[in-house]
Design a protein around this ligand. Sequence first.
Ligand SMILES: Nc1ncnc2c1ncn2[C@@H]1O[C@H](COP(=O)(O)OP(=O)(O)O)[C@@H](O)[C@H]1O
Ligand SMILES: CC(=O)N[C@@H](CCC(=O)OP(=O)(O)O)C(=O)O
Length: 294
Amino acid sequence: MDTPNIDAQQKAGILAEALPYIRRFADKTIVIKYGGNAMTDPQLKEGFAQDVVLLKLVGMNPVVVHGGGPQINDLLARVGKQGEFVQGMRVTDAETMDIVEMVLGGLVNKEIVSLINKHGGRAVGLTGKDGDMIRARKLYLPDEQNDTPLDIGQVGEVADINPELVALLDSGDFIPVIAPVGVGEQGEAYNINADLVAGKLAETLGAEKLILMTNTPGVLDKQGNLLTGLTPSRVDELVADGTLSGGMLPKISSALDAARAGVPSVHIIDGRVKHALLLEILTDAGVGTMIRAR
Ligand SMILES: Nc1ncnc2c1ncn2[C@@H]1O[C@H](COP(=O)(O)OP(=O)(O)O)[C@@H](O)[C@H]1O
Ligand SMILES: CC(=O)N[C@@H](CCC(=O)OP(=O)(O)O)C(=O)O
């Protein structure tokens, strides 16, 4: 009889170790935010799609919300415009909004859908306009120097999410892939930061986990060391002393809101690590930063 080599035995052992996690998360919803910065390497993108398909096949309900900030910047540059951000949010005039919608709802969304489907999943791509799913209102940013809030154009915050469409897709074994474009009362489009959509969606769907995949090992302190766990008071300190800035601001705020709203586990992880999703969900190897409600 052939003795399986150690490599195969190790693989079998690893698969067996995943069993308790598979049982624990069966039928549970996992909202995965796939950041534009984490989707640069073709091999990593393939790995991401494989992981999502695997999670679905073992009985979980992965729901993907994607970003696409760098991809929007690329198309803006091609039409001679430079992306501008305030407090981690893109200043969005009418022309920029068209490009945001084209890139997020078109290029990026369909690329992720195709990748998942190539690996045997049944992904369906949507924006928040589909089925009137993500209703938005205009977002005004606080201005520290002034009492008047800042107007950064067609940028929205989530007013309300209708979970019916996602539930319908889940029940049909489809994998929803959602672009963060919201719809206003008059049918107008709003550009919403993808972290905010993912957090609200996790809350609305009663998700078991919210995973925000980005391009850093997690939240880092001033010296660049990984902070593996964060409480709201620690986050306040890190914002106040400037340790958290740019795109990390909406991310952490969305993560905290979701944790406080009862999402049991909220993580910011490094999407540049191969199979980061499987490591996070199916092993003890904690990767990244866990955000706690208290
Ligand atoms: N303390 C911090 N720890 C980690 N990243 C930080 C921190 N402060 C700011 N950042 C920035 O936040 C970025 C992640 O946010 P963002 O660029 O919006 O990525 P994504 O496309 O994944 O949403 C990091 O690449 C980093 O430049
Ligand atoms: C208002 C706002 O900033 N919207 C984002 C939406 C995309 C996004 O969030 O992409 P990442 O996750 O890759 O950063 C933007 O226009 O870049």
